[in-house]
Design a protein around this ligand. Structure first.
Ligand code: HEC
Length: 141
């Protein structure tokens, strides 16, 4: 009986530990992404992700954040050209920003999982391939 109790306790502990590991990893990326966003993006896209009407596009529920390759390119190489978002038109420019692959993945995970946005998490290992991927209609800065 004692043996069974010990076994039960051990498996319970393992389950708790395992669930902690599983949930803490993604959150760490999103949490660090918030810091990256506050450092590099907040001045234009604003704390609430709503941007500035007519100048800086919103990143909130626009349906424009689904292509992770496009996001990686926008962040690192910037973008130009017309954009239509929730009825507002933009024809501005955003310069690329120099940052590590980890910072890119973290900030993507943050913007895609904040302000009501929901998307799968991007791994750091996916960033190099995204940099060289062909993205239709995308114009770098
Ligand atoms: C100096 C201001 C500025 C900063 C800083 C900036 N952006 Fe931008 N961003 C813009 C502008 C302007 C556009 C629209 C460019 C255009 O009209 O082609 C844009 C476009 C975008 C888009 C495309 C939106 C869409 O709906 O297609 C994304 C995504 C984006 N920015 C993310 C970011 C992220 C993430 C950061 C920080 C790493 C960042 N931006 C930093 C000004 C900025």
């Amino acid at each position: 009986m004692k043996k069974i109790t010990t076994l039960l306790c051990a498996s319970l502990l393992a389950t708790i530990c395992l669930s902690f590991v599983q949930t803490s990893a993604p959150n760490a990326s999103i949490q660090n992404g918030k810091k990256v966003y506050e450092t590099y993006c907040i001045s234009c896209h604003m704390e609430n992700g709503m941007g500035v009407e007519g100048a800086f596009p919103a990143l909130v529920k626009t349906g424009n954040l689904s292509d992770k390759n496009r996001l990686v390119k926008i962040i690192l190489q910037g973008m130009r050209g017309p954009l239509k978002i929730n009825g507002s038109s933009f024809d501005g420019e955003m310069a690329g920003i120099e940052m590590t692959d980890k910072e890119v993945a973290d900030v993507i995970n943050y913007i895609r999982n904040t302000w009501g946005n929901k998307a799968p998490l991007v791994q750091v290992s996916e960033i190099p391939a995204a940099k060289i991927a062909v993205v239709k209609g995308y114009q770098p800065y």
